[in-house]
Design a protein around this ligand. Sequence first.
Ligand SMILES: Nc1nc2c(ncn2[C@@H]2O[C@H](COP(=O)(O)OP(=O)(O)OP(=O)(O)O)[C@@H](O)[C@H]2O)c(=O)[nH]1
Ligand SMILES: [Mg+2]
Length: 421
Amino acid sequence: MNSLGPFGRSAVDDVLPVYYRRSPSPSRKLVADNTFCLSCQPHCLTLLEAATQKRTAHGDRDYIGFATLPEQIHRKSVKRGFDFTLMVVGESGLGKSTLVNSLFLSDLYKDRKNPDVSEKIKKTTSIEKKTMDIEERGVKLRLTVVDTPGFGDALNSEDSWRVCCNYIDEQFRQYFTDESGLNRKNIQDNRVHCCLYFIPPYGHGLRQLDVEFMKKLHQKVNIVPVIAKADCLTAPEIRKLKQRVLAEVAEHEIHIYQFPECDSDEDEEFKQQDKELKASVPFSVIGSNIVIEVEGTRVRGRQYPWGVVEVENPKHSDFTKLRNFLITTHMQDLKDVTEDVHYENFRAQCISQISQQQALRERGKLKRDSAPQIEGTFSETDRLLLQKDEEIRRMQDMLLQMQEKLKASGQSGNEMDAVNV
Ligand SMILES: Nc1nc2c(ncn2[C@@H]2O[C@H](COP(=O)(O)OP(=O)(O)OP(=O)(O)O)[C@@H](O)[C@H]2O)c(=O)[nH]1
Ligand SMILES: [Mg+2]
């Protein structure tokens, strides 16, 4: 691979955040120097003391040491590794698997058999997930590709989007559960960070199925539309189709992935290339699993009787732009938007659902709790009333007995008067 990034930057430049790229290299030296100071007098010096000694020795009194923070983050992230999940969606045969193989210089789908027509009729969209670990200059990337063979294959393709939608939700749900659990340190992030949506080159823009899919999923995932098999179209046809797709996207209020604004302090060349990248959407792409020799150089391409279509030739397609966008320049932004916008939406919905369920449960509990309480109150009152009734009844009995005794003894008159008094 070329050691320079797409915009003439080194691979290290592309990996490191801008503020670190521009910070002077002495920050790296400070870490080493501190380690030296601490290790030579490990028991007498604190890290701060060591830093202070170094500052004084070097006569640099303005140097506190936090300039190493970006490097600390960088080292930690490199150690931990990165993960990225890409979903490819589009009608069967549009070249999804071929493009993935071309993008990651791999052959992920060697064993795949194509279903025959009778299978296709009853087939529904399936999800095929492949993960591979890639390492480049010590940076590890765990790449997951989620393929959707059979998308739009079945006669009734209305629900094709539902399978993808459920898959994306399921990954969010899993992440939400893991994040709310006890062991939050080693969460595996399987959330879908980008969805390449393949538009056929032979139509006149978006079809009902394309509009439906994008409308159902644009709030859940970063959708990046691509025009498949661009070698089927001439340059003016590609331009026309791109314009049409963009117009239809706007007409149907579909929110495809929005490129972030370029920093104003970036150099002119970078700004120009960023502008070209944005102008290329939807990317027209070509894929091939074959390497051909053209004028002494081996290139990925498609051999036709009239010539070779080169996958990585910018005059032939936007493949290189798409690859740079996905891997070199915007991978982190795709992840950030997934985290900050799509996952946040899902999380907010989950929390509001949980709160609603809790409120309903509380209401139910209140009802259940209040029922025995009323019963209890009634039985207690009844018990007291019965006690009083019983007492009154006993006193009346006693009174009657006394009256009868008095009558019987013959002295009833006077004594009865005394009792009544
Ligand atoms: N002309 C042209 N053909 C292509 C291109 N990419 C792939 N193909 C061919 O199209 C056919 C289907 O390619 P696949 O990559 O299997 O298509 P898919 O979208 O993965 O199909 P499913 O897995 O069935 O959904 C193969 O014969 C490829 O060689 C391309 O860019 N241009
Ligand atoms: Mg495929």
